[in-house]
Design a protein around this ligand. Sequence first.
Ligand SMILES: *[C@@H]1O[C@H](CO)[C@@H](O)[C@H](O)[C@H]1NC(C)=O
Length: 331
Amino acid sequence: MEAENHTCVSKFLLLGLSEDPDLQPILFGLFLSMYLVTVLGNLLILLAVSSDSHLHTPMYFFLSNLSFIDICFTSTTVPKMLVNIRTQNKDISYTECLTQVCFFNIFVGMDGFLLTIMAFDRFVAICHPLNYTVIMNPQLCILLILTSWLIMFWVSLIHILLLNRLTFSAGTKIPHFFCELAQLLKVADSDTLINNIFTYSMTSLLGVFPITGILFSYFQIVSSLLKMSSSVGIYKAFSTCGSHLCVVTLFYGTGLGVYLSSALTISSQRTIIASVMYTVVTPMLNPFIYSLRNRDVKGALGRLLSRIVFGPSYITNLRNKWTVQILKLLL
Ligand SMILES: *[C@@H]1O[C@H](CO)[C@@H](O)[C@H](O)[C@H]1NC(C)=O
């Protein structure tokens, strides 16, 4: 195969999850439903938080930021895959591919940063409850989120500029269901040393810093819980931290799965399954974890749904209570 400059390579072949034609309708249905559940679930969280003044606190603002990012996160990969399955076409253009890499990196990094910020928020709430409103003021919240966006924007931009130097052969196949940085580096023709160095250092930095922050916060939280005497306080702390801890475990657990399975290269099939868990299942489960375990979110969702069903002017306490009850039964 003759090597061409990337300017000549106008497209790649995304091999997808399986080449078996019998599996395609099943994959399409499965991923379409997961995508719709993800978008709907996270949209409900966004609406519930913004419409309910009880939830106008830093913790829920961060949660709605997480929901927003989760919607963007799945939207960078799944729709393109669905279109490719539907049209039985494996092409992805060079520009589309780099766009996917860019946005995927930004949103993965933002997920990690937000989970860290949320852990810090819980740490301040439990270990310094009297100073909570002073420390977690709106300026600090916005500063934390803006800084994370800026960092991820610059890191992604450098990734893209470094990728743009590489050459690829015409008709290069990517054995994945979206353009992933590590996969692209594997199939490049030219020397990827600088790319690999940058990728590994950024992955370790952006992996180690958030994990250290989260571990530190939870270490402090647990040690201050052990000093608490009232069981009510301990229960309350656990109920607000429990959902966050579940989401953190899911995100970093599946992330580690992807990393290990691709580092050990046991089989590319297993790496892909781990990536599906990481990129599709995790964002889908986040809203469920939060609404299942959290009474405030459940209440806000109930009020939101009753407003949608009965209209804003008919909202009454009775209907409100009924919807909350129904929602509790359903969830
Ligand atoms: C994200 O968090 C910031 C800071 O708390 C908040 O002002 C903003 O409304 C949130 N954005 C979304 C989409 O929830």
